[in-house]
Write a protein that binds this ligand. Structure first.
Ligand SMILES: Cc1cc2nc3c(=O)[nH]c(=O)nc-3n(C[C@H](O)[C@H](O)[C@H](O)COP(=O)(O)OP(=O)(O)OC[C@H]3O[C@@H](n4cnc5c(N)ncnc54)[C@H](O)[C@@H]3O)c2cc1C
Length: 409
C-alpha cells in the first residue's frame, strides 16, 4: 500500500504552492484536482491578468483584511510579497507594479503565473491528478484514507485547499466547508465578498456598461456615513460594480443583514468644492447663454450620463443656459456631488470575487496551518475565514497560507 506524506485537495494557488513547497522539502505529495485542469479561478483573476499580490507592507495588508485577517500576521512574516515575487521571478516570470501597488505579470497573462506554478510542481516531482474529485475522507485509521471519484489514496497528512463558494464553474462549491464541519470544525457562515450591488433606481440599468473614473463613493445607511472610497466604478444591468463598489460591498452586505436601508452617494467631481463648481457652471452658462444645458454638460460628465443626470435633477436637458435659475444651478452642483443610488441587495455568492467566512481561524494553528482539533489535518487558502479588499491581497493570502502549510507537512 502506497502512503503519501501528504495529499492536498484542490489545485488553486494555495494548494499548488503548498504541494510544491512540501515536495521541495522532500515530501512525497499527491495533489488532487476535480476539474480537468489546474487553477481555473487564477486564470480568470484580475480580468485574466492575475493581480497576484500587492507591494504594501504587512501592516498595510492587514488593514485591507476583515478583522479575522490578523490570523495571517504569522504567515506573512514567514512568506510575504517579496518572497512570492522572488519565487515567480526564479520560475521565469517578469513582474510589474501598477497603481495602488498591485503586482501583475509583465505579460498581463494569468496563464504565465499558472505556467510557473506548474513548473514548480514539476521540478519538485509532485504527483498531480486532475479530473479527480475528492468525495470523502476517513481519519480513524493509522493513515488518512482519501476517497475520490476514481480511487482511494492513503496519506499521513491531509490539506483542504478547496477554496470557497464563488464562481462554482471554477470548481469551488464549498466541499471543504462540509468536510471541515464533518471533522468537527466550526464554519463561519459563508457569504459573498467583493460583489456587485443591486440598486432600486432603473437609471443604473440604462447606464449599463458606463464606467466612471476618479469618483468618490460614500456608503450611507440611515443617514450615517460608513465608508468613503475614491477610484473607479461601473454601471451594470443590475446596478453598480467596479473596484470601489466591490470594496464597499462587504460593509453593504453587513448593513443589509442588520436590516439597514443602505445607499451610495457618488461624488462625480471629487476634486472640486461647491464654490468652485458653482462658479465654473456660472461661467459656462454665461459664456454660452443660448446653448442647451445638455450641451454645456459635455465638459463635465460622460455623454451617456448627462441625460440621466439632468432627468434625476429635474432639469429639462434642452433648457437654454440663460433660462437656468440660480436655484436650479445650485441644485445641479449639489447633485454632481451627491448622485445617489439605493441598494436593494447584493448579488449572489456565485458572482462574488471571494467568499467571506469559512473555517474559523481560532481552530487553526497560525504558525503551521494545522487544525487544532484534528491532528494531521491542514487548511490553506480561501477555505479559511479570511478575506480582503481588491488589490492582490486575497491571492497573497492564498499563497502565504499555502506555502507555510507546505513547510509544515
Ligand atoms: C473573477 C475573479 C477574479 C479574481 N481576481 C483576483 C485578483 O486579481 N487578485 C486577488 O488577489 N484575488 C483575486 N480573486 C480571488 C482569488 O482568485 C482567490 O482568493 C484564490 O483563487 C483562492 O485560492 P485557493 O487556492 O484558496 O482556492 P481556489 O483558487 O478557489 O482553488 C480551489 C480548487 O479546489 C478544487 N476543488 C474544490 N473541491 C474539490 C474536491 N472535492 N476535490 C478536488 N478538488 C476540489 C477546485 O476545483 C479549485 O481548483 C479573484 C476571484 C475571482 C472569482
Amino acid at each position: 500500500m502506497e502512503i503519501y506524506d501528504a495529499v492536498i485537495i484542490g489545485a488553486g494557488p494555495s494548494g499548488i504552492i503548498c504541494a510544491g513547497r512540501a515536495a521541495e522539502r522532500g515530501r512525497k505529495v499527491l495533489l488532487l484536482e476535480k476539474k480537468s485542469s489546474l487553477a481555473k479561478k487564477l486564470l480568470i483573476s484580475g480580468k485574466g491578468r492575475c493581480n497576484l499580490t500587492n507591494a504594501g507592507n504587512i501592516d498595510k495588508f492587514l488593514t485591507e483584511f476583515s478583522p479575522s485577517g490578523i490570523f495571517l500576521r504569522n504567515v506573512f512574516n514567514r512568506f510575504f510579497n517579496k518572497e512570492l515575487c522572488n519565487l515567480f521571478e526564479k520560475l521565469g516570470v517578469v513582474l510589474k507594479t501598477e497603481r495602488g501597488g498591485r503586482i501583475f505579470p509583465r505579460s498581463d497573462k494569468a496563464g504565465d503565473i499558472l505556467g510557473a506554478l506548474e513548473k514548480y510542481l514539476k521540478i519538485n516531482h509532485v504527483s498531480v491528478k486532475t479530473g479527480e474529485e475528492v468525495e470523502n475522507i476517513v481519519t480513524s485509521g493509522a493513515s488518512i484514507e482519501v476517497l475520490t471519484s476514481r480511487a482511494k489514496y492513503y496519506a499521513k497528512k491531509m490539506v483542504i485547499a478547496t477554496g470557497g463558494l464563488s464562481y462554482p464553474e471554477t470548481g469551488c462549491t464549498g466541499f471543504g466547508f462540509k468536510l471541515a464541519e464533518k471533522l468537527g470544525h466550526k464554519i463561519i457562515e459563508p457569504r459573498p465578498g467583493l460583489v456587485g450591488l443591486v440598486v432600486k433606481e432603473d437609471a443604473a440599468k440604462k447606464l449599463q456598461g458606463l464606467s466612471l473614473e476618479n469618483v468618490e463613493v460614500t456608503l450611507l445607511a440611515q443617514g450615517k456615513i460608513y465608508e468613503k472610497i475614491f477610484g473607479d466604478m461601473l454601471f451594470t444591468h443590475y446596478g453598480i460594480s467596479g473596484p470601489i463598489v466591490l470594496d464597499l460591498s462587504n460593509k453593504v452586505c453587513d448593513l443589509i443583514k442588520e436590516g439597514k436601508e443602505t445607499c451610495v452617494s457618488i461624488n462625480l467631481k471629487p476634486a472640486l468644492n461647491f464654490q468652485k463648481l458653482d462658479s465654473r457652471l456660472l461661467r459656462e452658462f454665461s459664456a454660452s447663454p443660448n446653448k442647451t444645458v445638455k450641451n454645456i454638460f459635455v465638459t463635465l460628465l460622460p455623454q451617456r450620463l448627462i441625460i440621466e443626470f439632468l432627468k434625476r435633477s429635474g432639469v429639462d436637458a434642452n433648457l437654454k443656459a440663460n433660462q437656468v435659475s440660480k436655484e436650479t444651478r445650485r441644485e445641479l452642483v449639489k447633485n454632481l456631488f451627491d448622485f445617489r443610488f439605493h441598494i436593494s441587495k447584493v448579488r449572489p455568492i456565485e458572482e462574488a470575487i471571494v467568499t467571506r467566512g469559512g473555517v474559523n481561524t481560532k481552530e487553526i494553528n497560525p504558525k503551521t496551518m494545522e487544525s487544532r482539533l484534528v491532528k494531521n489535518l491542514y487548511f490553506c487558502g480561501e477555505v479559511i475565514d479570511v478575506d480582503a479588499k481588491t488589490g492582490g491581497y486575497n491571492m497573497q493570502a492564498a499563497f502565504s497560507t499555502g506555502y507555510v502549510c507546505g513547510e509544515n507537512l
